[in-house]
Design a protein around this ligand. Structure first.
Ligand code: CTP
Length: 401
């Protein structure tokens, strides 16, 4: 409690059924002692009363009507000048389009055009509006200008559809705000971390898995958050608790992991620590396979899984600035890992020896090489949490202005 004491947030609430969640966000922000003022768009007013916002923020709420009549009391320049951060939650497709185009035809868009403060948007809309190329282009434009984006989440929607477009949950928006306003060296950066194994179904009760515990990936996610980054952790099935303050997406298969990673972009940093299954069963059975007397065991046909690291490292507008992979090898560690770094197109590879007897896979410690264009660094055997802290601080130095 009190993590945001003394920080001033201007919350802009635009239209959409998710507007009610902004009240919960205000409650969380007030609990953290942030000062919150709010702008409610005319669309937002259809879903939420200015009075509710006013009661929870304990501040005046600016609406088009009020502010256009009383420009001298609550000018748009003044509104953004008095804030450390502007948060648009929910951000409708329409308001995002206005922001991308630089329109200023109502109070919210005018404030957003007139500000020189950092801006965080939490989009919320129908899935088809979110996947429309116009919205995708607007999001890419805004991300390119340094606007921070949290969510949207995927799930059932008020419009009876399923998919990405749901407003990020208020605790995840709060985590993004805290990261942006924190003083750590990775403040304002978004890091995407994959962790744990994947499970690839054979039938409803059996799956292919591996020995990854997720300890190293989870520790990296926590270490990046401790330096102020906003972290999205995409985790396969693990027996670990979700690290606090992160946005955690739990997945089972490699295909789900790829979808969750792509949905989390843009990011400044991607660390792929997951032990993704290289293959999945070509056609998983929808029913439990039975062993029938006298019949040979089933032959499993495997097909390759998508390579998440290679996909994130591929050149493109959404490629994170720093993409880091892991190489688990039992032979020729250095050469194999360097070859893997080049093949997958990532910037750094953290190589570790997983030969039987090393105790690394699933264990408490790790002994790694950091391989980059600049050469190879050998780190001593360290607890995984310490490897994570070192890596996070190397990442912070690499991204330092
Ligand atoms: N990786 C991934 N998606 C995959 C396979 C691997 O993102 N489908 C990532 C891992 O998270 C890790 C890196 O790629 O960061 C290396 O994984 P590893 O299993 O060591 O290498 P492979 O690509 O599987 O190569 P090989 O099996 O030849 O060692």
């Amino acid at each position: 409690m009190g993590a945001l004491a003394g920080r001033r947030i201007l919350l802009i609430v635009s239209g959409g059924i998710a507007a009610y969640k902004s009240l919960e966000l205000v409650r969380l922000l007030r609990f953290e002692k942030a000062a919150v003022s709010a702008v409610l768009t005319s669309g937002g007013e259809k879903f939420l009363s200015a009075l509710s916002l006013q009661a929870l923020t304990e501040n005046n709420v600016a609406t088009d009507l009020f502010s256009l009549d009383a420009e001298s009391r609550m000018g748009h320049i003044e509104l953004s000048r008095a804030a450390d951060l502007l948060v648009v939650a929910p951000a409708s497709a329409d308001l995002l389009a206005k922001m991308a185009a630089g329109l200023a035809d109502d109070l919210a868009s005018t404030v957003l055009l007139a500000t020189d403060k950092p801006v965080l948007v939490a989009p919320a809309m129908n899935v088809r509006m979110w996947v429309h190329p116009a919205t995708a282009a607007n999001i890419a434009t805004l991300a390119g200008r340094g606007v921070h984006i949290v969510g949207p989440d995927e799930g059932p929607m008020a419009c009876n559809e399923y998919g990405p477009g749901r407003l990020a949950e208020p605790p995840a928006i709060l985590a993004a705000i805290t990261a942006l306003l924190s003083a750590g060296p990775l403040a304002g950066r978004h890091a995407l971390v994959t962790s744990g194994p994947t499970h690839e179904s054979i039938d409803p009760v059996r799956y292919i898995a591996n020995r990854s515990s997720g300890r190293q990936g989870h520790a990296i996610a926590a270490a990046l958050a401790a330096l102020g980054a906003r972290v999205t952790l995409v985790s396969g099935p693990v027996a670990l608790a979700d690290p606090p303050g992160l946005s955690v997406r739990r997945v089972e298969t490699a295909a789900e992991m790829l979808t969750a990673c792509e949905a989390a972009l843009p990011a400044d940093i991607a660390v792929c620590a997951a032990a993704v299954a290289d293959w999945r069963v070509a056609e998983a059975s929808g029913r439990k396979l039975k062993k029938e007397q006298g019949r040979a065991p089933p032959a499993l046909t495997l097909v390759p899984n998508p390579d998440i690291l290679a996909a994130l490292a591929a050149p493109g507008p959404l490629r994170p600035r720093l993409v880091i992979g892991f190489a688990a090898e039992t032979d020729d560690l250095r050469d194999n890992a360097e070859a893997k770094r080049r093949r997958k197109g990532c910037d750094w590879i953290i190589a570790n020896d997983v030969a039987p007897g090393s105790g690394i896979m699933g264990g408490e410690d790790n002994a790694v090489l950091l391989i980059s264009e600049a050469g190879v660094e050998e780190w001593p055997r360290l607890p995984k949490a310490e490897v994570a802290r070192r890596l996070a601080s190397r990442i912070a130095s690499a991204l330092a202005p």
